[in-house]
Ligand binder design. Sequence first.
Ligand code: NG6
Ligand code: CA
Length: 505
Amino acid sequence: MKTNIRICCIWTLFLFLLNFPPQYTNAQTTNAPNVIIINVDDLGYGDLGIYGATEIKTPNIDALAAKGVRFTNGHATSATCTPSRYALITGEYPWRQGAKILPGDAALIISTDKTTVPALFQQAGYATGIVGKWHLGLGETIEKNWNQPISPGPNDVGFDYSFIFPATADRVPTVFMENGMVLGLEENDPITVNYQQPVGNDPTGAANPDLLKMPASPNHGHNNTIVNGIGRIGYMSGGHKARWTDEEVPLTFLMKAKEFIETNQKKPFFLYYALTEPHVPRMPSTVFKGKSKLGYRGDAILQIDWAVGEVMKQLKALGIEDKTMIIFTSDNGPVLDDGYVDYAVEKNGTHRPAGPLRGGKYSAFEGGTRVPLIISWPGTIKPTVSDALVCQVDFLASFSELIDQRIPNNQAKDSENLLSAFLGQSQKGRDVLIKQGGAMTVTKGNWKYISPQAGAAVAKLTNIETGNSTEEQLYNLREDLGEQKNVAEKYPDKVMEMKSALSDF
Ligand code: NG6
Ligand code: CA
């Protein structure tokens, strides 16, 4: 009888564990922190005081770094936005999916059954939200009705709440969307978007350059529908009252981010706060115009710093500073002229947006993908500078340990659990990292390999060194962080070793 009871108990326990695997603990019952990822757009490795900038002051972000881990060897996977953000959210190298810069009418490129960073937090019982730039597509197809709720979108890949703009500040539709619906839409002025041909009667930058408050740089395009005196990429008609004013975008995103934090202060929350600055068109809020010596690009960076400070102040005021991890990073390297005459080049002076690195946005050199990365969690993370090789693609696997959630097989394939490195407890990062500018690159230890790639060595439009060369390139980053001396011929074995790391792709 006793044996029967014992067998019965063990069997019940077995069935219970099968249904409720122990790895799914609820974050509300653990000490896992709130997590805020602040991902800014096109901010370079040299654009912050704490990373060496002297021509621009970023006291709030510097203070964040002083309290946390500052990475000198932190990376985005890619030198442009869509692929870089895809990797951050899915833990997967974006070239597996063919992710490229998306037009504003693109379909969602994240399949809704994927494990994502927000989905992982959601599963752990967190409230999850995104505020800011999305740029990963919306809906199932290009053809979509912008006047109805659009799905799938951020709310279908793990975010409980979304307040976004669809693509980039320079692409239509220039509207905010809350939980899939365009904000401020009027029934009698429906929105149409087209990236192939003009729609509606709004003036375009090409036909009416006299109407522009900030002209487009020659040959960049940016001369389709004019919104707020700025020519955009793509055509849009309707939704006139729904269109944002550029100067209000950063303030709106900050307000919504703070609202999300305020609303969810008592639960564990995950917030992905994706600021649009200093991406073009740079049109900082009026109070920031002229604040820096560097023109609107510098002003936009001051505005980022201010917004980060506002979030830090809010967390302190709510008494949740010690319960909140803030990750500050950028989606890709810097660019000065990315399509508008905003005098970023002329006013740059001696400032070095990429710091000591070569290249910038779009580039296979380090300037394209090595980005500022700061992680603070007061009381838990000790102030440190870390040289560990880490990448945004690793957030997912690292969070899975932090919040005790299992990643299903075949998901987040390229994400490595580097939690100890992210918490500043270990200087051990990845062994190998693959990235993409135009060319594919491999980083292993001190070495960086850039695979041969046809195309201009200096991009005509942006004047950025691309890293393209028909020759193989090998650099020793410890001795030559600026990638000036190609030593591929001298170390053929090393080249072979690096190439083999690429062979999977
Ligand atoms: C480029 C745009 C550039 C910017 C970029 C996307 C041209 C000539 N240039 O195609 O202005 O919008 O796309 O930037 O169209 S990103 O940071 O979102 O990747
Ligand atoms: Ca970007």
